[in-house]
Structures are given as C-alpha cells and as structure tokens.
Design a protein around this ligand. Structure first.
Ligand SMILES: [Zn+2]
Length: 92
C-alpha cells in the first residue's frame, strides 16, 4: 500500500475531514453552530481519529477551566487561545 493510497483511504474513512479541518471547525462544534452534515462528518472523523478525540476532550476541559460553559459563545480571545494550543499540540 502506497502512502498516498493510505492517505486517501484515511481521508475517506474519517469523513473527508483532515485533522487540520477538524481543528478549524472544532469551535463551531463546541458552540453548536455546526451544520448537521458537517457534524456527522466531524463525528465520523472523531470516531476513527484518536488524536482528535483526545484533543476535543482537552478543548472541553480547557473551556471549563477558563470558566466558560460549553453552551456559551466562545469569545474570539478564547478561540484564538484554543487554536494556538492546537497548533502547538500538533507540532509536538
Ligand atoms: Zn483527526
């Protein structure tokens, strides 16, 4: 199996979302602003991607520790902070 094929198979199985895409829409998901079709693909990706699942858990925890309820809109500052953390986490 070539790595390109593997990559394509992985993309298909994870709902055509890459981990980077999941990262960019994760705040929409947490805000409940995500359209149903995207949410389904998001869940599909999470179901197969351990690292994103772990990240979502960390996100929720971070929001809690920042004193924000998940149902509240996420302020741009917190959104930036979360995305900054995600980038760091991905680079490790
Ligand atoms: Zn992922």
């Amino acid at each position: 199996m070539t790595s390109k094929f593997k990559q394509q198979a992985m993309t298909y199985m994870t709902g055509n979302l890459t981990c980077q895409e999941v990262a960019s829409i994760i705040t929409e998901y947490l805000e409940g602003a995500m359209p149903l079709s995207t949410r389904l693909r998001f869940h599909l990706h999470l179901g197969l991607c351990f690292s994103c699942r772990k990240y979502l858990k960390q996100m929720k925890y971070t929001i809690q520790t920042l004193g924000k309820l998940p149902a509240d809109p996420i302020s741009p500052e917190i959104r930036e902070e979360l995305l900054r953390r995600f980038r760091h986490w991905k680079q490790r």
